[in-house]
Design a protein around this ligand. Structure first.
Ligand code: 0O2
Length: 214
């Protein structure tokens, strides 16, 4: 079933979404600066790349509907913390924790919530580290506070999550058991693969260190 905002509420939503968009752009700029600083000045390659997205009005309406609350702009602001979202892709799982700590020390943002689905994967097999940040957006002479969800994960975790998300969408949340079982098995294999790749990376780093010392 397709759920929608009423015409009046949609007009209100169209005024709210730019505030989230501006906040998201501000945060993305800050993260891009962190990315460049790490890469160019600290020889730290913990960030592979960063993506941002705004939740579409249809997805906002659907999520409010699933939460069993009225589909209004006030409720979107009150109940949804992922209207604006950022995803950071890291080479290795250890980088995820380094970045989460770094983001938590950023000035002018509040951490409202933190979920470690890397150490504690969801029953689906989903792995990722989530932070919900609150930050001020200054516009038209006033300040409004918005939330942004940041997901931090490896490329392998992202590959899995994207495929599983497609399956969820296709089967409307009712993925057949043989597929969901297979996805759980693959998620564990991916975690083991991430781990083995990291070990190889460490060996290569040690060899490079030895070569430089000779
Ligand atoms: P979309 O379309 O990606 O935005 P909670 O009530 O706190 O347990 P909530 O609010 O959904 O649940 O938060 P949670 O669990 O931290 O999930 C937030 C987002 O993480 C989801 O947003 C997904 O993007 C992603 N996610 C969480 N669990 C899974 C999973 O099992 N598989 C995949 N592929 N992604 C997951 P949305 O709004 O659900 O979806």
């Amino acid at each position: 079933m397709s759920v929608r905002f009423s015409v009046e509420e949609f007009a209100k939503l169209k005024k709210l979404l730019p505030v989230y968009e501006w906040g998201l752009r501000t945060l993305l700029t800050k993260l891009n600066i962190i990315h460049e600083d790490l890469k160019d000045f600290q020889d730290n390659h913990s960030i592979e790349y960063i993506r941002s997205r705004m939740k579409a009005p249809e997805s906002i309406a659907q999520k409010l509907y699933e939460m069993n609350v009225d589909i209004t702009t006030d409720n979107a602001k009150k109940y949804l913390r992922d209207i604006a979202g950022l995803r950071i892709i890291c080479p290795f799982a250890k980088d995820i924790y380094f970045l989460a700590d770094l983001l938590k020390s950023m000035p002018a943002v509040n951490i409202l919530e933190e979920k470690d689905y890397v150490s504690n994967p969801k029953p689906s097999g989903y792995r990722s580290y989530h932070l919900i940040l609150e930050l001020p957006v200054f516009f038209s002479g006033k300040t409004e506070y918005i939330t942004v969800e940041i997901q931090i994960r490896t490329e392998a975790m992202n590959f899995w999550a994207t495929l599983e998300h497609k399956a969820r969408y296709k089967y409307r949340e009712h993925i057949p058991k043989h597929l969901s079982d297979e996805l759980i098995v693959i998620a564990d294999k991916i975690a083991a693969l991430d781990d083995r790749m990291f070990k190889i990376h460490e060996i290569i780093s040690l060899i490079n260190q030895d070569v430089q010392e000779i």
